[in-house]
Design a protein around this ligand. Structure first.
Ligand SMILES: Cc1cc2nc3c(=O)[nH]c(=O)nc-3n(C[C@H](O)[C@H](O)[C@H](O)COP(=O)(O)O)c2cc1C
Length: 347
């Protein structure tokens, strides 16, 4: 069991020690200046040490305006960049690769977290619910002007450059789960009448181009999803069209590794008989990362059939920093308990 999954692989310029990816997980331990907690170094290092092939970090704010709750690290000040250098150095020493997930939450925030200014979004559509961690009602956002759009694209590119200066191996653009980029992609949150309303993936395309120009497109991964954290009933009305539309953006911009996010890898899309990853494989001939209640057996099967090339695990890797090692020894994995595993960075 789990033979392929645990084997090294070459994906583009990346040499991975296994096909196990650590999925991005917000932890909330950074200080008020967006500087990571010192334990973050060992938190990521031990997972690389025990054989995770690629670590995708927690969502990292690209600016103060991009932040959605407390404890989120940034990549927009020198001190933030300096602190990340210790993480990337140790992960590399342990044989791993580390990718910075670049995050802007858009409307899923409150002026309490964004530095006093109203959260921004494609349109003034307020989200239901409250911010994570410190509970604040989501504020009605200020619709983005063209200047806001240009500034945000530049912030993504600058954060990507900072990530490279901090020693990261690449970046993942967080275009999933109902956050800013995804807000442009949804008919509920994007009511614009300009070209950003007509072409729902234009903002994403411009960000990919800007980030690619700043660090090289071979170092850019994109995460996207049907599901939105704040809109549980949302679904793609025509998944075939939507998937082809988004994949065209990736073909056009030269992306070669994508990270489609599903809450449950084996579950078909709401309006389709296929799962998200199976539908993508129909139209995508490059590498893709599987995720969502993944088990080693599911991952093994999907990698063997070439549906995906890498398998990402979130909660299992919180409960089992040595997961790859345990699988090699056929030792059962520990169960994930949020109260235990979310309360500290180190066991
Ligand atoms: C504590 C926690 C924090 C998360 N934070 C993020 C995040 O910052 N960015 C993101 O794209 N996904 C985030 N996710 C979603 C995971 O990356 C992953 O897609 C999801 O948990 C499904 O994988 P799993 O079934 O292996 O846990 C988070 C998940 C958890 C459990």
């Amino acid at each position: 069991m789990a033979v392929e999954l645990l084997e090294p692989v070459q994906i583009g310029n990346y040499s991975l020690q296994s096909k196990v990816v650590m999925a991005p997980m917000t932890r909330g331990f950074a200080n008020d200046l967006g500087i990571i907690h010192p334990d973050t170094i060992n938190y990521y290092k031990i997972r690389a040490f025990y054989g995770v092939g690629m670590i995708i970090t927690e969502g990292i704010s690209i600016s103060k305006e991009a932040q959605g709750t407390v404890g989120i690290p940034g990549l927009y000040t020198l001190r933030q960049v300096e602190a990340w250098k210790d993480v990337t150095k140790e992960v590399h020493k342990a044989g791993g690769l580390i990718i910075a997930q670049l995050w802007h939450v858009g409307r899923l925030s409150h002026s309490y977290f964004t530095g006093g200014t109203k959260p921004i979004a494609p349109s003034a559509v307020q989200a239901n619910g409250q911010t994570h961690n410190i509970r604040m009602p989501y504020e009605t956002p200020r619709p983005m002007t063209i200047t806001d759009i240009e500034r945000t694209i530049a912030d993504f590119a600058a954060a990507a450059e900072n990530a490279m200066n901090a020693g990261f191996d690449g970046v993942e653009i967080h275009a999933a789960h109902g956050y800013l980029i995804d807000q442009f992609q949804s008919y509920i949150t994007n009511l614009r009448k300009d070209e950003y309303g007509q072409k729902k993936f234009l903002f994403l395309e411009q960000i990919i181009k800007a980030v690619g120009n700043s660090i090289g497109i071979d170092k850019v991964i994109v995460r996207f999803s049907e599901h939105k954290d704040d809109l549980p009933l949302y679904y793609w009305e025509n998944p075939e069209d939507t998937v082809q539309e988004i994949l065209n953006v990736f073909y056009k911009t030269g992306i070669s590794l994508i990270h489609p996010s599903s809450p449950s890898f084996k579950k078909p899309l709401t309006n389709h008989t296929l799962t998200l990853h199976a539908l993508i494989r129909k139209y995508w001939n490059k590498a893709s990362i599987g995720v969502g209640e993944m088990t080693p057996n599911i991952a093994e099967e999907a990698i063997s059939s070439s549906e995906i090339q890498l398998a990402a695990f979130a909660r299992p890797l919180l409960a089992n920093p040595d997961m790859v090692e345990l699988l090699k020894r056929s030792t059962p994995l520990k169960k994930y308990h949020p109260e235990t595993h979310l309360s500290t960075l180190l066991p």
